[in-house]
Ligand binder design. Structure first.
Ligand SMILES: O=C(O)CCCC[C@@H]1SC[C@@H]2NC(=O)N[C@@H]21
Length: 254
């Protein structure tokens, strides 16, 4: 798809397969990749029986919400992949904005790529990668958006689009996502695009300048959220001028 000879990405590059039910749209995409699919494939399902979230959590997947995964093959050199979550978040944010009524609660991105409305989680994103037997690299971007169902979640407050005044069905939301992802990936794929994507991400970011706690696999660290660099690394001011750079973790406000 990209480097060294980068090319434009457009709507016409993408295909879409809509399923009634599957175990996980991410698993479905990975299976297609192993079977030789060339990528740019969206798989959506009305229901997932084994939806999965980050850090091995379950993603409750009843009918009524959007479950969508995008398969990309060899999307970029490894060093550039770290900025991809920002691009995904910007695209999803834009799609959701299209279906929210004027005056809805603030729609923001929480590092690296959760989407919050009024500080309540409405979307989770799980990016998974796999080196295939033929040497290609399969990357799957899995997106779960609460449209009309609010799954219980003890970790974060949650909401759904219906609760926030949207009347859109999952299919309508997906049409916006399909378009915005093509547009944003095209920008990201350009050499200068990473910086532009990071700037767009900061414009809609939640909590920059606030006190946050970041849960890492082995510990929690608190400090002031100083922002992100252009590759999406979180910068945490931990006092006395110390700046920690964090590539992955779960953020909690306050
Ligand atoms: O934990 C998170 O916040 C990420 C949740 C990602 C859920 C989506 S739903 C579509 C895709 N298929 C899955 O099994 N998971 C992702």
């Amino acid at each position: 798809m990209m480097s060294p000879a980068r090319r434009r990405i457009s709507l016409g590059d993408f295909r879409h397969e809509a399923l009634s039910e599957t175990s996980s749209t991410n698993s479905e995409c990975l299976a297609r990749a192993r079977a030789g699919d060339g990528g740019f494939l969206w798989v959506t399902a009305q229901k997932q029986t084994s939806g999965r979230g980050r850090r091995g959590r379950t993603w409750a997947s009843e009918r009524g919400n959007l479950y969508a995964s995008l398969l990309l093959i060899d999307p970029a050199p490894m060093e550039r992949l770290s900025s991809l979550p920002l691009a995904i978040a910007v695209a999803v944010h834009r799609a959701i904005r299209m279906v929210l009524p004027p005056g809805a609660a603030p729609l923001e991105v929480k590092w690296p790529n959760d989407i919050l409305i009024g500080r309540r989680k409405t979307c989770g994103i799980l990016v998974e990668g796999e080196k295939l037997a033929d040497g290609r690299y399969a990357l799957v971007i899995g997106i779960g958006i609460n449209v009309s169902v609010m799954p219980d979640n003890s970790l974060y407050p949650v909401t759904c689009l219906r609760q926030e005044g949207s009347t859109a069905a999952p299919e309508e939301l997906f049409a916006h996502l399909f378009a915005s992802m093509a547009e944003v990936l095209d920008i990201w794929n350009e050499g200068r695009g990473v910086r532009e994507i990071a700037a767009r991400w900061r414009d809609v970011a939640c909590g920059i300048g606030e006190k946050i706690t970041v849960n890492l696999p082995d510990r929690s660290i608190s400090g002031q959220f100083a922002g992100i660099d252009d590759n999406g690394v979180l910068m945490l001011e931990t006092g006395a001028g110390n700046m920690m750079r964090i590539a992955a973790g779960d953020v909690f406000f306050g």
